[in-house]
Design a binder for this molecule. Structure first.
Ligand code: SF4
Length: 461
């Protein structure tokens, strides 16, 4: 079955032609009144599409704009393109034996008449339609079966410090802060103190790597209460659209001004692999929800808010994971959905970043968002090998790996590489700042900031 599904995507242009020919039968089916026969049509549709596409009858089939690859076969059920964890060989982050559905779809879409179909913004799934036919609405002539999102213009709003710095063109520094496994706020604040005076905002992770920690939203509120600038995160893995929108309101009510919207890692990588993943939304539709709440003053349902949340919205990008062309499309979708700033995966390969920037620049995307590039130290050869082999979405070029292996002191070399990277990024057009990440080596991040002279450039502010 899977083999046929992969064959179909590899021959998406041919399948599209056959599909279009089938559409010629729609007027006949309509004249015969077959649109009323959902019960008769549904089993035929389920059997045919099940055979060809591994169809799961979501009832909202849009294969013509997903390269004939069914997104329901993506373990995260993403509706708007690949996650950042696609492996270097194009295989899935969660199931290394399966090609990434969206990477396959990218190749499939290129063969189709509407090669730009991949750019459409897809709504989150309507779970009431599961098990129902997609063909019947087509036969009935329902024109806008599953409308694509159309975000409205941003509402004028007051900007806060982090946003103001980016808009002023200042080269910003953000740092990732993993909340502790503790109910004592002091444990969080002790970690935050390492970055005081060094960074423009602390980015509090939300169950990173699918590991449970103090909640990102609570931690961000504690940081704000202590006078710091926080970027809260919300991942789609752990909450449905009702919980996500409640958290967005809660964050704003607690004084948090910045929100990063992410899809999240699969539960398989974490300390609760037996947990049920949610993925009701993906990062694009979560952004749409946050932007709708802020700019339209309503929930996704259309119900009115009394006071909308005033949030500066961000998302992530991975310029280093395949399929490269789809990465820029994914960036464009996130910007269209409302991302005002973007934080990237670790950059160990400036050449790949340059190509991503070139394509994004050609499409005018870099003027519409602030791109903050991920940087972090490799602290040992073992860690570098582990990240390269085991952390999907991280790419370390062979030359850099060889440099680490030859170095007499790998930790020093790793810091030196990070300092060189920051220096290069400071000079790279289209890069608005650096986002520092290092699990359990926060002291090294502080060293990288001071050795890079980042704060010195802010003197006088
Ligand atoms: S790599 Fe990510 S986007 Fe691709 S199929 Fe796997 S979970 Fe889905």
């Amino acid at each position: 079955m899977k083999a046929l599904r992969h064959w179909v995507v590899r021959h998406a242009g041919l399948v599209e032609t056959v599909y279009q020919a089938g559409l010629a039968l729609v007027p006949i089916a309509r004249a015969l009144g077959l649109g009323a026969l959902e019960k008769a049509i549904r089993p035929i549709e389920a059997a045919g599409k099940g055979l060809l596409f591994d169809c799961q009858m979501c009832g909202q089939c849009q294969l013509s704009v997903t390269g004939m690859a069914c997104p329901m076969n993506c373990p995260k059920k993403l509706r708007n393109g690949p996650c950042g964890g696609v492996r270097e060989d194009g295989m899935c982050e969660i199931d290394a034996a399966m090609p990434c559905v969206w990477a396959e779809g990218w190749q499939g879409q290129a063969q189709m008449k509407d090669a730009d179909g991949y750019r459409h913004l897809h709504q989150p799934l309507d779970f009431r339609r599961f098990g129902r036919s997609t063909w019947v609405p087509i036969i009935k002539g329902e024109s806008d079966r599953f409308p694509l999102s159309q975000p409205g213009p941003p509402r004028p709003r007051a900007a806060e410090s982090f946003e103001t710095k980016l808009k002023a063109g200042r080269f910003v520094v953000t740092a990732e802060l993993s909340p502790p496994d503790s109910a004592d706020p002091e444990d969080l604040l002790a970690k935050a103190r390492i970055y005081d005076g060094l960074v423009d905002a602390m980015n509090v992770t939300d169950g990173s790597g699918a590991h449970c920690h103090l909640s990102s939203q609570a931690a961000a509120a504690l940081l704000v209460r202590s006078g710091r600038t926080a970027i809260a995160q919300i991942v789609c893995r752990d909450r449905n659209r009702i919980a996500a929108q409640a958290d967005i309101l809660g964050l704003a009510a607690l004084g948090v001004k910045n929100l990063l919207c992410l899809t999240g890692d699969g539960v398989e990588t974490g300390d609760h692999p037996e947990a049920r993943p949610v993925f009701d939304l993906d990062a694009v539709s979560l952004l749409t929800a946050a932007r709708t709440m802020r700019d339209n003053g309503t929930y996704l349902s259309g119900r009115k808010l009394t006071t909308p949340p005033n949030l500066f919205l961000g998302a992530t990008a991975n310029p280093f994971a395949p399929p490269m062309g789809a990465r820029v499309v994914n960036l464009a979708k996130k910007i269209a959905a409302g991302a005002q700033f973007i934080q990237t995966q670790f950059c160990f390969d400036p050449d790949r970043l340059d190509e991503f920037l070139r394509q994004a620049g050609d499409q005018g995307l870099l003027e519409r968002t602030a791109l903050i590039v991920g940087v972090g130290p490799l602290v040992s050869v073992k860690m570098a090998r582990f990240m390269q082999a085991k952390v999907p979405g991280v790419w370390i070029p062979d030359a850099l790996m060889a440099r680490m292996e030859k170095a007499p002191d790998a930790k020093k070399e790793g810091v030196a590489i990070a300092v060189e990277m920051v220096a290069r990024l400071k000079e790279t057009k289209g890069v608005a700042g650096v986002h520092l990440m290092s699990h359990r080596h926060e002291d090294l991040l502080a060293e990288i900031v001071s050795r890079s002279g980042l704060r010195a450039s802010d003197a006088g502010e």
